[in-house]
Design a protein around this ligand. Structure first.
Ligand SMILES: *Cc1c(COP(=O)(O)O)cnc(C)c1O
Length: 375
């Protein structure tokens, strides 16, 4: 034991090795020391020869000074919350890297005057959705909804259909978020049905706005009725539509997914959605619509607590004006192409002795497969 101890290279000696010193310069001393300690422990246990300690330390070090590691999303779920939702486009990554230093996020470098924060990103969003008079950008979809509820309906009622009181995931429930802002919920209809008359009877002096929520992750079928934005707009109170996914215009691959342009076209006063769902950008909450209402949200004190940083602004702008983001490309993927890729992967795995098969999961594929088996 004493003998082994004596043979363990000292921490300072290992840290002074040129390759390790370079890693200290890149990643910081604490990560490097952690790697050295782990390697020393292996030497003590006799699992590593003392002369091999430097390569072992280098192998133990992460490539960046973060515990977040890049992973392959092989789940088949395009936007996986546990895997960071949308992967950014190369253009968006370049933009956020370039904005990472000091940047002119709130300065007009020509005049030296203070510039409007995020004006380029907001202009890109307005360009993408001409139906919006004005836009505002916050931290995420939940923040967009919280800001709308606070600025437009504190101490007032938000009218919502019972079938739209949804839980999005990980315990995030829209009704709980709304009541946390101090707004009151006025539920109308039943789980499966709501009519315009239900809404009409609920509208009154206490109404802040009518909220239409897209049930992103479930469907109710059978004896159902919902009221669309084009009918809700006749109620003479603001209509806020939380469309969820951040689809800015219709996508033929997703015929049932609401988009911002169409929803505004139907008469919604405000649309709220996420930047890191179908838009394929960074985490952000997008608010689009009526100029006066957007201004009210932007000027509310809470807006400061929900504002996005320069990295988000940069990546979002590049997502909006740059080449299609990976999410958009994946949505348009050709099924035969995917099948070929799966077959290539399968044979590579089989060649390595892994029992692997490619099976269709796409609805059309399953149907095709069924009809093939059972004509
Ligand atoms: C995802 C989602 C939200 C929340 O958006 P985040 O960006 O995750 O905060 C709100 N409403 C709907 C309908 C959603 O689908």
């Amino acid at each position: 034991m004493t003998d082994l101890r004596r043979r363990v290279p000292s921490t300072d000696a290992v840290l002074a090795e040129p390759a390790v010193a370079a890693a200290v310069a890149k990643l910081g001393r604490s990560l490097a020391k952690r790697a050295v300690h782990a390697a020393q422990q292996r030497v003590r246990e006799g699992a590593l020869a003392p002369q091999d300690i430097v390569p072992a330390v280098l192998a133990f070090l992460p490539s960046t000074a973060t515990s977040l590691r890049p992973v392959l999303n092989a789940t088949g779920v395009l936007l996986h919350t546990n895997l960071g939702r949308a992967p950014l486009s190369a253009a968006a990554i370049d933009a956020l890297v370039s904005a990472a230093g000091t940047t002119d996020v709130e300065l007009n470098v020509t005049t030296g005057a203070r510039g409007e924060r995020g004006s380029g990103t907001m202009a890109a969003l307005l360009d993408a959705v001409p139906a919006a008079e004005s836009v505002h950008i916050v931290n995420n979809g939940a923040a967009a909804l919280a800001l709308a509820a606070t600025a437009l309906s504190a101490d007032k009622e938000i009218i919502i259909a019972r079938g739209e009181m949804v839980e999005i995931g990980d315990g995030f429930r829209i009704p709980e978020l709304i009541t946390a802002t101090g707004a009151h919920l006025r539920e109308v209809g039943t789980t499966n049905r709501a009519t315009l008359d239900d809404y009409r009877q609920a509208v009154g002096d206490a109404t802040g706005f009518v909220l239409k929520v897209h049930p992103s992750n479930f469907v109710i079928t059978g004896f159902t009725a919902t009221v669309g934005v084009s009918e809700l707009r006749t109620l003479d109170v603001p209509v806020v539509a939380d469309i969820g996914s951040g689809l800015l215009k219709p996508n033929t691959a997703l015929p049932h997914e609401p988009d911002a342009a169409t929803t505004l076209g139907h008469g919604a006063d405000l649309v709220t959605c996420s930047g890191d769902k179908l838009l394929g950008g960074p985490q952000a909450g997008l608010i689009l619509g009526d100029r006066g209402l957007v201004q009210k949200l932007r000027r509310h004190p809470l807006a400061r607590a929900l504002r996005v940083d320069k990295l988000t602004l940069a990546a979002l702008e590049a997502t909006l004006i740059g080449p299609p983001a990976p999410t958009a490309t994946a949505l348009g993927a050709d099924v035969d192409d995917l099948r070929r890729r799966a077959a290539t992967l399968t044979s590579a795995l089989v060649a390595h002795g892994v029992d692997a098969r490619s099976v269709p999961l796409h609805r059309d594929d399953r149907r095709r497969q069924r009809s093939r088996r059972d004509p």
